[in-house]
Design a protein around this ligand. Structure first.
Ligand code: ZN
Length: 266
């Protein structure tokens, strides 16, 4: 009890000095060394470098508009709807999806080719949106890279000595991983977002099963530090059973997905 009181007092003092953040998904106060303003600064600075390192954008305006429109639907019903999200499809063969602070969310061609419905795409984008809302990426960057490095990285032309370049830091960002608890929170919040946006939540379970079956699937995000896949499928199925009435009446969107994504990628 005394230790708990001490811990809360310490958190209070630290929060006064450096800032705290109430995670809107869990309602819990978390220490956050990065300001919201810095979230946007980081997103703006590293999004172009991520695109460069990951094959650029898939060169199809129809596909990009479609991916963005699905992302905007789930983000629009999230806990942070007015952040100003950007959803981008990267022309990279790896199977992945990830987020930068400030609402920059990416999904790769390799991932898009494996999915077969709009609801599955919504599941992935909703999971990443939840990471943005919970500010997990900013927290992981502070912890694993050091926020001063992230903010002070310079373009390669200006580099001298030991200063890290934007490209160096981008590489580290691509290797970040979240805690299992953060991943579970993102899964469950993502499920709520996709249902609120009108998508059949069973598509998230389908996506998990599909990714689980991929032997060569070693993504940077989405599956890296997750609870083991069986656990993940089990808690998702339980939430669907307990929380949503007749989920199958909600949208799957196979036809649209084929037209706007699979045919465009062919
Ligand atoms: Zn994740």
């Amino acid at each position: 009890m005394i230790r708990k009181t001490l811990w809360i007092s310490l958190l209070f003092v630290v929060c006064l000095i450096s800032g705290c953040f109430t995670n809107p998904i869990t309602g819990r106060d978390e220490l956050m060394l990065v300001s919201e303003q810095q979230d946007f600064e980081i997103g703006r600075r590293y999004a172009p470098e991520i695109e460069t390192q990951m094959g650029g954008r898939v060169p199809s305006p129809a596909l990009q508009n479609y991916v963005d429109s699905v992302g905007q639907k789930v983000a629009g019903v999230s806990h942070w709807p007015d952040l100003g999200y950007h959803f981008v499809a990267l022309d990279h063969e790896s199977m992945n999806a990830f987020a930068l602070p400030g609402g920059y969310i990416f999904v790769t061609r390799g991932m898009l080719e494996k999915l077969d419905s709009e609801a599955q795409l919504a599941a992935i984008l909703a999971h990443e949106t939840a990471h943005v809302v919970a500010r997990d990426t900013a927290a992981a960057m502070s912890r694993d890279i050091g926020i001063s490095l992230v903010l002070s990285a310079v373009t390669s032309e200006e580099t001298s000595g030991t200063v890290l370049t934007v490209a160096d830091v981008t590489n580290q960002i691509l290797g970040l991983s979240y805690s299992r608890e953060d991943e579970k929170t993102a899964d469950l919040a993502g499920l709520d977002y996709m249902v609120a946006a009108g998508y059949n939540p069973n598509a998230m379970v389908e996506t998990m099963k599909m990714l689980n079956d991929e032997n060569d699937f070693r993504p940077i995000e989405f599956f890296s530090t997750h609870p083991n896949p069986e656990n993940r499928i089990a808690y998702l199925e339980e939430k669907i059973l307990l929380n949503y009435f007749q989920p199958e009446r909600l949208k799957s969107g196979k036809e649209d997905y084929k037209n706007y994504v699979l045919d465009e990628l062919d």
